[in-house]
Design a protein around this ligand. Structure first.
Ligand SMILES: [Zn+2]
Length: 387
């Protein structure tokens, strides 16, 4: 103590939490060139500006600093040496080392956005040495249901609901990406059956006009509302993308405060609404969690991308939000560096923030240890009913 770090006892306790990562995607176990790796350590889907590198970012520095040693390199080895070492070890070994080092008990995996070379659910469990459960994307189920109707949108609503119930028999939650497809500035009320039928008809005509096989993304706000309400009817926790994400999302329209009406109308249903990511609106999300007993939040994704500033974001997520309504997530997608760093940076930030409150005399050590355990694992176990 006294060196500015968290009290050693708290540091050890937070380090020992077997984490439940409540929003995460599969890890990529494919060989990657330096350039391919660089493209996967940013949320931008645009080219790297000439004369610069994606490694010159908080995430890039964190990868060299913290993941290098897990792969047997000195801390902060140069970026080229890092990707060379990855290739030397092979993608499978890299995934095994990083996922094991994350200290995970359970991964709740969103399977709605995949690419070749990603590990399946059983492989994730085996490589990470932990439990896994699936979170099913509402939009993906709808995109299958609309094309399953032999050329017609008739019966779409019933088909969607039947498919959703069947797809989620062993799932632990559902997820909405309405923020990506339209924005969160949706009418919060459930749409009438006639509105849904008419919107599904319009979507089906779009698909036919495109004249190519496969669905067209669901973007109609009536349908997105229908999916959200079907998710509430299903009764599992409903994860909702808010805030930070790739440039496909209009950040202005992903402020969780836009969901206030939906929070209001769903409160009596008592289905947990899990606000994902939230940054830079995590204080707004904290307000909603403060106001509504069925609203929860995390600051996943941002923690990796803000790197050495993770403590600031974690501290801000623990202002208004009741501690029983804050969860850990990495939102890692692809490189297993993101799964590892999501856990490591969260542990460092949480131990640092809670530790500073213990040091200043504001908090008792026992409370800091207890709250870290709630956010790292116990809140997720309770809300998702994990064994
Ligand atoms: Zn995600």
């Amino acid at each position: 103590m006294g060196d500015g770090g968290p009290p050693a006892e708290l540091d050890a306790a937070v380090g020992a939490i077997a984490l439940v990562d409540h929003h995460v995607h599969p890890a990529l176990a494919a060989e990657l060139s330096h350039g391919e790796f660089e493209e996967l350590i940013t949320e931008s889907d645009r080219p790297v500006p000439p004369g610069t590198t994606r490694f010159d970012s908080q995430l890039g520095v964190a990868i060299r600093r913290w993941c290098g040693p897990v792969l047997g390199l000195p801390a902060a080895a140069p970026a080229q040496a890092y990707t060379e070492r990855r290739r030397e070890l092979g993608a499978a070994e890299v995934a095994r080392r990083l996922l094991r080092a994350a200290g995970l008990a359970h991964l709740l995996i969103d399977t709605g956005y995949l690419r070749d070379g990603m590990l399946g659910l059983a492989a994730m469990a085996e490589v990470a040495g932990c439990g896994v459960a699936e979170v099913v994307r509402l939009e993906s189920v709808a995109e299958r249901a609309i094309v399953a109707g032999d050329g017609s949108a008739a019966g779409f609503a019933e088909r969607f609901r039947a498919t959703l119930w069947e797809r989620t028999i062993s799932a632990c939650g559902v997820k909405s990406i309405a923020a990506y497809r339209f924005g969160l500035d949706l009418d919060p009320r459930p749409p009438a059956a006639a509105e849904v039928a008419s919107a599904a008809g319009g979507w089906r005509r779009q698909i036919d006009a495109a004249g190519r096989p496969g669905p067209i993304r669901v973007t109609d706000p009536v349908l997105l509302r229908f999916l959200l309400w079907a998710g509430v009817d299903r009764g599992l926790p409903v994860q909702i993308h808010t805030g930070f994400g790739d440039p496909d999302v209009d950040l202005r329209r992903s402020d969780p405060l836009l969901l206030r009406g939906f929070c209001e109308l769903t409160q009596e249903r008592a289905v947990p609404l899990m606000l994902l990511h939230c940054y830079p609106y995590h204080r707004q999300a904290g307000y909603l969690a403060h106001a509504y007993p069925h609203v929860y939040l995390d600051v996943g994704l941002a923690i990796n991308h803000v790197g050495a500033r993770a403590a600031a974001v974690v501290a801000e997520s623990l202002e208004l939000a009741p501690f029983g309504q804050v969860l850990f997530s990495s939102d890692a997608w692809g490189p297993p560096e993101l799964h590892y760093l999501g856990a490591l940076l969260w542990r460092r930030a949480t131990a640092g923030v809670l530790g500073s409150w213990v040091e200043s005399g504001d908090w008792a050590l026992a409370d800091a240890v207890r709250v870290a355990g709630m956010i790292g694992a116990r809140n997720a176990r309770r809300v998702y009913r994990l064994s």
